[in-house]
Design a protein around this ligand. Sequence first.
Ligand code: 13P
Ligand code: SF4
Length: 290
Amino acid sequence: MLAHYYQEPDIQDIADYIGDSLGLAQQAATTDAQVIVFAGVHFMAETAKILNPDKLVLLPDLAAGCSLADSCPPEAFAAFKAQHPEHVVVSYINCTAEIKAMSDIICTSSNAVKLVNQIPAGQPIIFAPDRNLGRYVMQQTGRELLLWDGSCIVHETFSERKLVELKVANPTAEIIAHPECEPAVLQHADFIGSTTALLKHSQSSPKEAFIVVTEAGIIHQMEKAMPQKRFIPAPPLNQCACNECPHMRLNTLEKLYWAMRRRSPEITLPPHIQQAALKPIQKMLDMSKI
Ligand code: 13P
Ligand code: SF4
């Protein structure tokens, strides 16, 4: 049972492995289990299936999608790519298998900078689908990237004004943020990284309090690992639970139980998409080791 940090705490507590998108893909690539039940969203389970075409990959709720993946429809992306034939396509793992099949390299939030840095200077690059992660990678690498205009509904919802107010009320707290957030929010961050990087940073930092600017599920692991520290979820624009991903949260303990009991719903993909999408994922796994 593989689970992402954005799952509800009850699910996190029973997973065999819990991690960020890269860790989950690496785990899926090496497991010898014959059945993988994925407590995460569709593109993550799809990645596990692409890496394990002969295994049964289950997702408790097939409707657990991703606004970022939805913001990059395959037909529109194919037309965009055709307009820039000289570009290498680097796609964030938060995209559909069809987009992966049209990509040269897949990346995650934890290795995007490292992978783009490995592409020879002067090689034009399309970066899809997250414009915020793309802008962050541009800033970190000094490379010009042609960005697809997609974003995540959860990370775009954080309010800069409320974040600053929270910092004023908690002046010693460190602001730690995910690179899917908008630049206006990221400019206030003391540390930027993937969910695993945020967790590790909060462990190694001498600070006692953190304002966490990402989906609130990760706070469960932070509080478990560091009960003596204080973790404050960053405020969304309204008094809603918008810092919880509505797609991730479609999975419940009950649906997970029934998925394992019934061995359904299963992830299936057309073989040609599966084969084409494997290459850029494999490339990511290989480039991550360098
Ligand atoms: P990471 O798992 O790379 O931290 O990305 C977070 C995310 O948005 C997953 O959907
Ligand atoms: Fe997609 Fe955002 Fe949810 Fe991650 S948090 S699964 S990027 S909608």
